[in-house]
Design a protein around this ligand. Structure first.
Ligand code: GMT
Length: 367
């Protein structure tokens, strides 16, 4: 098949999933065309593949435009690529605006089918922005096939947008050859003998509740020596810093910023903290479990479908930092059992299984 992929190319779960899917599809012999404003982060630095192509979208500007017309420029480029390359389908990741762009390009070109994958905030936050609601609902209903990354998000889509469309659940995945425990050599950079290493990875948006991460960490430190790694960056960076100072733990918090290689960091860690307000799936939690790291998370959204309380880690209500600290201490007290649970749980989300689901849907749509 010849597949075009639309996604956000920078850091963020939906772009990561879309890029990893493209790479897996290419390994299975499909031709994959990424159409984006810039090379997706997870493609950068990867070796040559004769099955993966990248088409850059440049946004024309003109003094009359108060905003550069990105959506239009993307749609125009997608139409071109569909025609030039004879694409069979466009897989749009994140409804706003990719799903609408794909539908528009299908109508204009008179070719190609549209598969839309919903990732979370496109429905729970952005898609329900009153001015976006009708457009997002239209794009979803006009897609030839729609998937959501968890059953919880599929439910939210039906309830919040009242869409008249089947929404298939196709879970996110990791490639177990890449996401696996590696020797925790870098652990000694951050902790000494007898100290524990906690980790949080996110884009530091308000939904991630990064100040809660600090609060849980501070409570844990009341009982055991520990260091916290904060990986990623975003609007709540300063709040996290202020909270760490307020609680007197800033010396024990390492801000690492955005990191491309998270497997060595995860493999060196004991517990991942993910106390999000909303999380349709929680790719960071899956990546952690696949590296043998149990997760202490909130019960928000699709997290219970991923972590499974008592197996891959522990789940507590949003904001229950006391409970999350107790759960972290419980895990630190019996690391081997929880590590095995995390590894076992992650096996349900292997790329082999879930990429095959996407391929089956593509075939149905093209039949
Ligand atoms: O909202 C974000 O944090 C980023 C967003 C994205 O699109 O990059 O993440 C969403 O998609 C990820 C990949 O499917 C999921 O793992 C995240 O749970 C989801 N985020 C939220 O629902 C808040």
């Amino acid at each position: 098949m010849k597949i075009g992929i639309l996604c956000y190319p920078t850091y963020g779960g939906s772009g990561v999933v879309a890029t990893e899917l493209g790479k897996e599809l290419a390994r299975r012999g499909h031709i994959v065309h990424f159409i984006n404003s810039q090379l997706p982060v997870r493609l950068d630095g990867d070796g040559f593949s004769d099955k993966i192509f990248f088409h850059e979208v440049s946004v024309p500007n003109y003094p009359l435009f108060s905003h550069p017309p990105y959506t239009l420029a993307l749609a125009g480029r997608v139409v071109q690529v569909i025609k030039e390359q004879g694409l069979d389908l466009i897989h749009a990741h994140y409804a706003v605006p990719h799903s609408l762009v794909a539908v528009l390009a299908r109508e204009i070109s008179g070719q190609a089918r549209v598969v839309t994958t919903l990732h979370g905030t496109d429905i729970t936050l952005v898609g329900t922005e009153p001015s976006f609601l009708d457009v997002t609902r239209y794009a979803i209903e006009a897609s030839d096939c729609v998937t959501a990354v968890s059953a919880s998000l599929a439910r939210d889509t039906r309830e919040l947008l009242a869409v008249n469309k089947e929404v298939h659940t196709v879970y996110n995945f990791v490639n177990p050859d890449i996401y696996r425990p590696v020797p925790p050599a870098i652990r000694e950079v951050y902790v000494g003998e007898g100290e524990h290493l906690l980790i949080h990875i996110s884009n530091f948006r308000p939904v991630k509740r990064v100040p809660d991460v600090i609060e849980v960490f501070a409570r844990v430190r009341e009982s055991v020596p520990a260091v916290l790694l904060l990986v990623g960056d975003g609007p709540q960076h300063c709040h996290a810093l202020a909270k760490a100072r307020e609680l007197g733990v800033s010396e024990h918090v390492c801000f690492l910023g955005q990191q491309r290689e998270v497997v060595p960091l995860l493999s060196a860690s004991d517990v991942m903290l993910l106390p999000s307000e909303q999380e349709s799936f929680g790719l960071a939690a899956l990546e952690a479990m696949a590296c043998g790291v149990p997760v202490v998370a909130s019960t928000a959204g699709g997290l219970p479908e991923v972590v499974a309380d008592g197996i891959g880690g522990r789940l507590l209500p949003v904001g229950d930092t006391r409970g999350m600290a107790a759960a972290t201490l419980e895990i630190l007290g019996n690391p081997r059992r929880w590590r095995e649970g995390a590894l076992e749980r992650a096996q349900n989300f292997s790329s082999t299984r879930w990429v095959a689901e996407y391929e089956a849907l593509y075939r149905q749509v093209l039949a």
